[in-house]
Design a protein around this ligand. Structure first.
Ligand SMILES: Cc1ncc(COP(=O)(O)O)c(C=O)c1O
Length: 389
């Protein structure tokens, strides 16, 4: 069978790959601490579960509008105002997860020959989606010295007359970094002067710690007409398997993306959408509790990592990932991640699972219990101290 060329470059996602390897070791009786997958360990909040069940009983089990129910889209538009994102419900497109609304706006916008700037290290589906459209992916380094925001000079140098889109992710997977308002303003100015669009993945915007604030580039003057916000329920409301996400974009684009959803997906499950309304409107307290808990875990885990000789980890401002610098250990990241799994029973990802610029880093998800995190620190510490340096 001859496969289409557009599929050739697609790679598996590191997190799923390592999870499968870890599970195979578990089947052999090994004890593994899972820090590889970006999934909250909390259950979906009980009022969301109840709302989902009630919606099934009430018959929200049928086809519904491809762009999502009007009441959910209204609720999303109202909720977004909290972060100064002013949009009408007709700009909101609902989908089964954030992933489809990364891909479909790109399919609607990009042609072969267009260039798309994206963060390296960054969420692997960005590059995959760009490649599927036939456009050219242009990685832009995120740098630890700028709190894991872009190297802005490198960003500017990579802009060309072919640049159509820039992808932002703040708070970021895999670094946990939050892009500052000052950097967003520089990026917004570049977007307007050089006439490119911005796709801003804000799926972790509710998961920020201390006084960090994840602002949206959409709220900067002149940006609402050239920004696509991608967001979803998986992370903030522990709803990964419900499959619910959305994007906010200029209305003409929203109409085209709805057409793509019509033909590719049909619609998002109705009961999931009804549960989503409860998530948005009635879960602030639950979200604050998990944010407090993640912050405690982050503090303990990052402090533990920093006590290990040869590991340096800046404290991430958001999401639930630690991205320690391991360059002093003189071991390539993929080899270290592999050895940690096989020799120390720690499932984590190599920074290079997120692009070549992730070399010198590992990614740990700390969305797991404090007990497991403590076991992890002990095992990582013992393993590293046994490494010949
Ligand atoms: C940065 C980022 N964007 C999007 C997604 C996809 O989320 P969803 O489950 O809503 O498809 C993830 C999931 O890991 C992510 O880390």
């Amino acid at each position: 069978m001859k496969l289409a060329s557009r599929i050739n470059a697609l790679q598996p996602e590191g997190a799923y790959h390592v999870m499968a390897l870890a599970q195979a070791l578990e089947r052999q009786g090994r004890d593994i601490v899972h820090l590889e997958i970006g999934q909250p360990d909390f259950s979906t909040f009980p009022n969301i579960i109840e709302a989902g069940k009630e919606a099934i009983d009430a018959g929200f089990t049928k086809y519904n509008p491809p762009e999502g129910y009007a009441d959910l889209r209204e609720s999303i538009a109202r909720f977004s105002e909290r972060r100064s994102i002013i949009a009408t419900p007709s700009q909101v497109v609902v989908a089964p997860g954030a992933k489809p609304v990364l891909l479909f706006p790109m399919l609607a916008l990009l042609e072969a020959g267009d260039e798309v700037l994206y963060p390296d290290p960054g969420f692997p589906s960005y590059r995959a989606a760009i490649e599927l459209t036939g456009a050219t992916p242009i990685p832009v380094p995120l740098v630890e010295s700028n709190s894991f925001s872009f190297d802005l000079d490198a960003l500017e140098k990579r802009i060309s007359s072919k640049t159509k889109l820039l992808i932002l992710n703040s708070p970021a997977n895999p670094t946990g970094g939050v892009i500052s308002r000052a950097d967003l303003e520089v990026i917004a100015k570049l977007a307007q002067e050089q006439d490119f669009l911005v796709m801003s993945d804000e799926i972790y915007s509710r998961l920020v710690y201390d006084n960090a604030k994840a602002e949206s580039i959409y709220a900067i003057d002149g940006m609402s007409e050239r920004t696509i916000i991608v967001d979803g329920f998986s992370k903030s409301y522990a709803m990964t398997g419900w499959r619910l996400g959305y994007a906010i974009m200029p209305e003409p684009l929203a109409r085209k993306v709805s057409l793509l959803l019509t033909h590719a997906i049909g619609c998002t499950a109705g009961f999931t959408q009804k549960a989503g309304i409860v998530a948005i409107e009635q879960c602030d307290e639950h979200v604050s509790k998990i944010v407090t808990e993640y912050q405690l875990r982050r503090n303990a885990f990052v402090q533990g990592l920093n006590q290990i000789d040869g590991i340096h980890c800046r404290s991430p401002e958001g999401a639930f990932y630690a991205f320690p610098n391991i360059t002093e250990l003189d071991t390539p990241s993929p080899i270290l991640a592999d050895r940690l799994l096989n020799e120390a029973g720690i499932a984590c990802l190599s920074g290079t699972d997120f692009g070549p610029n992730g070399e010198g880093y590992l990614r740990f998800s700390y969305a797991t219990s404090m007990d497991q995190l403590q076991v992890a620190i002990e095992r990582i510490g013992n393993f590293i101290s046994g490494l010949k340096r």
